[in-house]
Ligand binder design. Structure first.
Ligand code: SIN
Ligand code: MN
Length: 242
């Protein structure tokens, strides 16, 4: 088998048997430690990626973040800076207009790089494993340093049809653990705090698609030593239209 194919297999999590007896095989053959439905339509998939898959994904994220179309700190509508470095793949999310576009018109006019096929396959498979479908054409990669955070918000800039269909957001975390906040569809609804660790995925669709969420803090020094990096990457995959 060529090196390229072998690398893809790890990234896609097709690792054969579950080596760890605490893990279970999910509906699509994926290997999880646990899957919890934290609210109707919202699933926390702990340990969705093993360490090899995390290392592979991390290497690709770092390469993209510092590549020719590099990540940057967006300035949003009100003039404030976000507390993450962001790179959008597939389509660019414009922090000034809260719309998607082909080029980064709020920053440097460069085109959004394509989403690697393996990333798309990973997201599709994670969605399928909780009984949802997703053909992602947007991947937002965020890098959080020790001070990184993200206020409570809804992901609602995708098309009306995509939102009404409840097509999920698939989130994959790498590196330091995040305190992830997940609420209801109204800002005032109660919020639960969930620890998203390296290799965890979180999928919210259907009735949970418009739930408020955010990241209150990063826990420095909690990344698996095997990854050898500080901070946290989070990738969220979405499908703009049906
Ligand atoms: C986001 O809501 O876009 C990112 C969530 C996260 O970093 O876990
Ligand atoms: Mn979001």
């Amino acid at each position: 088998m060529s090196r390229r194919r072998a690398r893809s297999r790890v990234l896609l999590g097709v690792t054969g048997k579950c080596a760890d007896s605490t893990r279970v095989i999910g509906p699509a053959g994926w290997c999880y430690r646990t899957t919890m439905e934290v609210a109707p339509g919202a699933f926390h998939l702990q340990g969705a990626l093993d360490v090899d898959a995390q290392r592979e994904l991390f290497a690709r994220c770092r390469f993209l973040m510092d590549g020719p179309v590099a990540a940057y700190v967006p300035v949003v509508r009100g003039g404030g800076k976000m507390h993450v470095r962001m790179l959008c793949l597939g389509r660019h999310w414009n922090g000034k207009t809260y719309r998607y576009e082909a080029i980064r018109s709020d920053f440097d006019g460069q085109p959004a790089p394509p989403i690697p096929d393996e990333f798309r396959a990973l997201a599709r498979r994670l969605a399928e494993s909780v009984g949802m479908t997703l053909d992602p054409d947007v991947c937002i990669m965020n890098y959080y340093d020790n001070e990184g955070r993200m206020g409570l918000h809804q992901d609602k800039d995708e098309s009306e049809r995509s939102l009404v269909a409840g097509l999920p957001v698939v989130s994959v975390s790498l590196g330091d653990t995040a305190r992830f906040l997940f609420g209801g569809t109204k800002r005032r609804d109660a919020v639960q705090t969930i620890s998203l660790a390296s290799g965890d995925a979180f999928v919210f669709g259907g009735p949970a698609r418009l739930c408020y969420h955010g990241v209150s803090r990063i826990l420095p020094g909690t990344a698996p030593p095997a990854l050898g990096f500080d901070g946290r990457f989070n990738l969220t995959f979405r499908q703009y239209d049906v």
